[in-house]
Design a protein around this ligand. Structure first.
Ligand code: SF4
Length: 908
């Protein structure tokens, strides 16, 4: 086995360090103890990275249409295609749509090509969908897009406020850091502000389930209350800010009293008052916010209302305090740094600033730069739809799944003259619309840098040879640039040269007026770059000869901000209702988000069996009382419809969703389910400043999706889903699982099932059970005493759990006992069925945890000691705690019943 390669996780914005050890065909993944983000910890997704590195589904060679071609043909096709459109229709008729999955070096050359050489600002990124409201808010408040805190500040805070962030599932390693910090310092308090009662609330001393879209009222109310209580830091406000008086006045006028704010937000007034009091009394406060704040038609104002209360109290720039926007993607921050958004230039410079444009023009050696912002994501696809943009190059993202109003985005691609897609995966919902497909490196092959949510620049290092003819994104972009005639400016031979140029640009003409400065890294040798340790920017040039450039943990420590007058701004924020509101036809509000074990459109995480076992299907989560009033039953199929589209998924009543709302996860695409792309339902409203779409608030309705039968199949081979009304595909270990349902009952179930296995040799053993009258059919296929496949059909959704049957696919042969139980779907020995996965890291199921609880494990620590569940990433701890509480409730209930006297009178 080779020594480990130190690299970085490609999923969320925590940016955990990863050690990857290649051992033959296997890659062993562990957390990097030396990385400051995670100190050796990984979440379930990071820990399963080794399972996603398989060659299955990789795009191995360039394609033009369906034809595989050589690189030269493909690159020439892209270059001439773009050139032709530019000559005929101008530079603004072409666009790049890129991704927070790209490395900084890839992003840098893409931005340089579009803005510096093609001469358009039409380059935008899927990060627009995730955190552009935070970017806009930072720029308004601080004069530059700056996150001032470090992860360590979360541990130093006395009060951690989590706003619109299901940290337990979306940034699990940060969640674990907060948990451990509170174990060390029990005085630390945690407040969760979120319409849903997410697993993150497990940690909360206070949960404020505010009404969707009312964040500005809540924080304006806090600002007004702080002012009334005389808790503003007048000295700080006078010396270092502007706009406080107006911000406070607007806050007072719009939020009113605590009672009025509580009423508007739909929360209990005494709970809101308690939060305000805790905030007022805690000097060290961190307000960490994420997509629940950003993904809104008033996302920028929401973020500024949070920043305002920190500026108003001077709680910024010191240990354990400050506003903290955490990004969703691994390199959203890197994209911001190089200007990957249509309204930014490069190195945090501004398109509409003549001085900045002059600097970049000189540095790049170009005569012109666009003076106005290009098209932001939603506008960009709209421009493709109406023909203004005729050629697009999509890099490392799947907009047909992730954009709002996704059906229109699909049509926009269909209307485009030239669609180029670079990706590492061959079949995605988006690659289906590509005229040219370019195979890019996947994680494990990539070599470059990323920046995480607390400004640490880390290396992603390659530890695998590229699959097929895959190439680095930066190489592909530079090759196209050269073939477009830009022979100077794209001669890079490695990512270290691009990084050096990027770093040099950040320091160019920078007298300290721009915080983003990597001058200290501009002269790195190739070896220095290879060995680069995680470092938080700014990394300014060292002054002394022997001095090594060091990073900067915390910003604003000198109370200096980056507006020309070096003062921060409090921005007066007026609450605005979401663009579309519920009505009789659409009486519910659709909220969307991530789940614990999947990532984006599942092109990678969907390949890892252990990640598919926790929540294997898309679902529509709703309050049980709403389900009752709409005549819907948990576990049945339901259609959710909005003005923009619809999907079908099973109904869940988890208890997390407030009345009047539904929640649907974002991950499922047409590759994994028949009809579950939630992007198709999301409204296209966007924040007028940031352009970030409103993913958290779309009016919707739900209704039953009536079917005649439900079923599932587990099979070593693929099964065509061409004859069913609804299906979901899940990758298992040595099998594929299909959940399915149909409106038509086949004449013969046996005939229907046998066509899946037409090629099965006669020697296969066929075990079958059918109750025609009841509509029940079950079959198992064995070959050489090994389970090959099984199918279970019923008119009702309450089929056996799949866990025990799934485990049989890992057995070399079926035992006599298992064979006897096969068609019951349940192990004869209950202990053999560990149940649906709760802990993905150690594959521990619900039944096993319940058995341990019944056997005396009364807290999560005891469960962890017995089963290891919850002892790695800890993301499942809230679920284990819930199982313990449920068991306690059942036990108490039984105890109460045991005490009921014979005459039946209740115990008081
Ligand atoms: Fe990766 Fe998990 Fe760390 Fe995020 S928290 S970077 S998904 S290991």
């Amino acid at each position: 086995m080779n020594g480990p390669t130190r690299t970085t996780c490609p999923y969320c914005g925590v940016g955990c360090g990863v050690l990857a050890r290649v051992a033959g065909a296997e890659v062993h993944i562990s957390g990097d103890p030396a990385h400051p983000a995670n100190r050796g910890a990984l979440c379930s997704k990071g820990a399963a990275l080794g399972e996603t590195l398989q060659p299955t589904g990789r795009l191995l060679r360039p394609r033009i249409g369906a034809r595989e071609v050589g690189w030269d043909d493909a690159l020439r096709k892209v270059a001439t295609g773009f050139r032709r459109v530019i000559e005929r229709h101008g530079a603004n008729a072409v666009a790049f749509y890129v991704s927070g999955q790209l490395l900084t070096e890839d992003y840098y050359v893409a931005n340089k090509l579009m803005k510096g050489f093609i001469g358009s600002a039409n380059i935008d990124t899927n990060s627009r969908l995730c955190m552009s409201s935070a970017v806009a808010a930072h720029k308004r408040a601080f004069g530059e897009d700056l996150v001032g805190v470090t992860y360590e500040d979360l541990e130093l805070a006395d009060l951690v406020v989590l706003v619109g962030s299901n940290t337990a599932w979306c940034h699990p390693v940060l969640y674990q850091r907060i948990i451990r910090a509170r174990e060390r310092r029990p005085c630390m308090r945690v407040v969760v502000i979120d319409p849903r009662r997410t697993p993150t609330c497990d940690l909360a001393d206070l949960h404020l389930p505010l009404r969707s879209g009312t964040d500005v009222v809540l924080f304006n109310g806090l600002l007004a209350w702080l002012s009334q209580q005389g808790l503003l830091n007048e000295e700080f406000l006078d010396a270092h800010t502007r706009g406080a008086a107006r911000a406070v006045l607007v806050a007072e006028n719009t939020a009113g009293s605590i009672l009025a704010a509580a009423h508007a937000c739909g929360v209990d007034a005494s709970t809101l008052q308690l939060f305000y009091e805790w905030f007022g009394a805690s000097e060290r406060v961190i307000s960490m916010f994420s997509q629940g704040v950003n993904q809104s038609s008033s996302g920028t104002d929401k973020a500024n209302s949070i920043i305002n209360v920190h500026l108003a109290t001077g709680r910024i720039g010191r240990p354990g305090m400050g506003p903290f926007s955490v990004t969703g993607q691994p390199n959203a921050m890197g994209g911001r740094e190089v200007g990957g958004l249509a309204n930014m230039l490069a190195a945090h410079m501004e398109l509409d600033n003549e001085e900045h444009r002059a600097l970049v023009r000189q540095f790049w050696g170009v005569s012109e730069l666009p003076e106005r912002p290009g098209l932001k994501a939603i506008e960009l696809f709209e421009a493709m739809y109406d023909g203004r943009v005729k050629a697009v190059w999509i890099m490392a993202t799947n907009p047909i799944v992730s954009l709002p109003n996704a059906a229109r985005a699909r049509e926009a691609l269909e209307r485009c003259e030239l669609v180029v897609v670079s990706d590492c995966v061959a079949a995605t919902d988006t690659t289906a619309y590509a005229h040219v497909l370019l195979p890019a490196h996947a994680w494990g092959e990539k070599d470059g840098t990323v920046t995480n949510s607390d400004r640490h620049i880390s290396r992603q290092r390659a530890f695998l040879a590229p699959a097929g003819e895959a190439r680095a994104d930066w190489w592909i972009i530079c090759q196209v640039a050269r073939r477009m005639g830009y022979t100077r400016g794209f001669e890079f031979e490695g990512p270290e040269q691009i990084f050096a140029e990027h770093a040099a640009l950040s320091a160019y003409g920078n007298d300290g007026g721009r915080a983003f400065d990597l001058g200290g890294l501009a002269m790195l040798s190739a070896q220095d770059y290879a060995d680069l340790e995680p470092v938080p920017w700014p990394v300014r040039k060292a002054l002394g000869v022997d001095e090594r450039p060091a990073g900067t943990d915390r910003l604003f420590t000198d109370r200096r901000f980056f507006h020309p007058d070096q003062r921060a701004r409090l921005v007066a924020t007026r609450p605005r209702a979401p663009r579309y509101t519920r009505d009789e036809e659409y009486p519910l509000i659709l909220n969307t988000g991530r789940i614990r074990d999947q990532w984006h459109s599942m092109t990678r995480s969907g390949l890892a069996p252990r990640l598919g076992s926790h929540l294997p299907e898309p679902y529509i989560d709703m309050h049980a009382a709403d389900a009752l009033s709409f005549g819907l039953r948990q576990g049945t199929l339901v259609r959710a419809t909005t003005r923009w589209g619809s999907l079908v998924a099973r109904l869940r009543t988890s208890g997390e969703v407030a009345r009047g709302s539904i929640f649907v996860p974002i991950h499922w695409s047409d590759q994994w389910a028949s009809d579950a792309r939630v992007g198709a339902l999301v409204n296209p409203a966007a924040d007028p400043i940031s352009g970030e779409p409103e993913f958290k608030h779309t009016p919707a309705r739900v209704e039953p999706f009536l079917v005649a039968w439900y079923g599932f199949a587990l099979s070593r081979g693929q099964i065509p889903m061409d004859n069913v009304s609804w299906w979901v595909r899940v990758q298992g270990l040595h099998f594929t699982r299909y959940e399915m349902a149909g409106r038509n009952v086949p004449g013969s179930w046996e005939g229907w099932v046998r066509r899946f296995w037409l090629n099965s040799p006669d020697a296969a053993e066929w075990i079958e059970y059918e109750d025609r009258a009841a509509g029940i059919y079950r079959v198992a296929l064995l070959r050489n005493e090994r389970l090959e496949a099984c199918v279970f059909i019923s008119p009702r959704p309450d089929l056996p759990e799949r866990g025990w049957l799934a485990g049989l696919f890992s057995a070399a042969r079926i035992t006599v006992q298992s064979r006897a139980s096969l068609l019951s779907g349940r192990a004869r020995d209950p202990a053999a069925d560990t149940g649906a996965t709760v802990c993905a890291c150690f594959g521990v199921g619900r039944n096993a945890i319940k058995a341990a609880i019944a056997d005396g494990c009364r807290d999560t620590r005891a469960v962890g000691e017995r089963l290891k569940a919850g002892t790695n990433c800890g993301s499942c701890v809230p679920e284990i705690r819930r199982l313990i509480a449920e068991t306690a409730a059942v036990t108490n209930d039984v105890a109460r019943k045991d005490q009921v006297p014979d005459d039946g009178t209740a115990i008081a």
